[in-house]
Design a protein around this ligand. Structure first.
Ligand code: PBG
Ligand code: ZN
Length: 327
């Protein structure tokens, strides 16, 4: 008799399909990105990212309360300083916005929320590049010192993990050494190891007010056509002491995620970036895509490709669906 094997037999109903489901989403693997800024209002909306806001420290505290109530274990914190300068001094100011926000959250929530801080210069420099400039280009080794100072100031403020996103060479080792020498050898580093120079960061640069004032980031972020190079970047960061490595963006780079999953045994994170969020949000608002189904299908794709941890602006939505038993 033909066909002998009929895969449809196991697709008969939801219970049966559930039994053979290979991949699952749980809020416990999700990270919610948040933007904090010194301002009078509790929150202001970001035009290019519907339903995402910049928060004051007070507004942020209220937002974190909701994040905790939705069983999401971690936030990724980005700071927008009052003043920017040539060397991004707000990034490593012990009274800087991220440092104060981290302190406030850890004081109120303790271990109920893991605070991961983004370590980079672009929100803090007047020119908007991810490092300090020398002759118009980002000076790698001079930047390492500032990144290390920033990471340390975050750890001192109470950050549970630090996440360098600048793509300078050697930053993981530099940060590791600085943390170890200052009594923070237990603070893990989440390295944005394979971070591509992507068009999908557009909405984020609006949110974080971090667009480069001239030029682009192609001199330090990776070139989208390259896959083998991503493997080298990730190997290097593991050697330098990264505890978790990240691929970013997520959806356009699932091949890189899948390869990393095969090649490395350390935890793997994927950042579903602002452009991925906004594409789905706008298409759903237009009524051309079903919001929930698209969010879940895209997130499970990232999981299926091999991510352990997913950083996503949809974390709260999924937390809500989990709570309603409909994830
Ligand atoms: C800063 C940084 C960026 C993102 C995270 N950290 C933007 C950039 O590199 O220009 C992007 C996040 C997103 O798009 O959601 N280094
Ligand atoms: Zn940056």
């Amino acid at each position: 008799m033909f066909p002998e094997y009929r895969p449809r037999r196991l697709r008969k109903n939801e219970k049966l399909r559930g039994m053979i489901q290979e991949t699952e989403i749980s809020p416990k693997h999700l990270v919610y990105p948040l933007f904090v800024r010194e301002m009078a209002e509790d929150r202001v909306s970001i035009p290019s990212m519907p339903d995402i806001h910049q928060f004051s420290i007070e507004g942020l505290v209220r937002e974190v309360e909701e994040v905790v109530s939705l069983s999401i274990p971690a936030i990724l914190l980005f700071g927008i300083p009052e003043k920017k300068d040539e060397t991004g001094s707000g990034a490593y100011d012990e009274k800087g916005i991220v440092q104060r926000a981290t302190k406030a959250i850890k004081k109120l929530f303790g271990d109920d929320i893991m605070v991961i801080t983004d370590v980079c210069m672009c929100e803090y420099t007047s020119h908007g590049h991810c490092g300090v400039l020398k002759d118009g280009a980002v000076d790698n080794d001079a930047t390492l010192e500032l990144l290390s100072k920033s990471a340390l100031s975050h750890a001192v403020a109470g950050a549970d993990m630090v996440a360098p996103s600048d793509m300078m060479d050697g930053r993981v080792r530099a940060i590791r050494e600085t943390l170890d020498n200052s009594g923070y050898s237990n603070t893990p580093i989440v390295s944005y190891a394979a971070k591509y120079a992507s068009a999908l960061y557009g909405p984020f640069r609006d949110a974080a007010q971090s667009a480069p004032q001239y030029g682009d980031r192609k001199g330090y972020q990776m070139d989208p056509p390259n896959q083998r190079e991503a493997m080298r970047e990730m190997s290097l960061d593991i050697e330098e002491g990264a505890d978790i490595i990240m691929v970013k963006p997520a959806l356009f780079y699932l091949d890189v995620l899948a390869m990393a999953r095969q090649a490395f045994d350390i935890p793997l994170a994927a950042y579903s970036v602002s452009g991925e969020y906004t594409m789905i949000k706008l298409a759903a608002a237009k009524g051309v895509l079903d919001f929930k189904r698209t969010v879940l299908e895209s997130t499970i794709a990232i999981k299926r490709a091999g991510a352990d941890i997913i950083i996503t602006y949809f974390a709260k939505d999924m937390g809500r669906w989990f709570k309603e038993n409909s994830l």
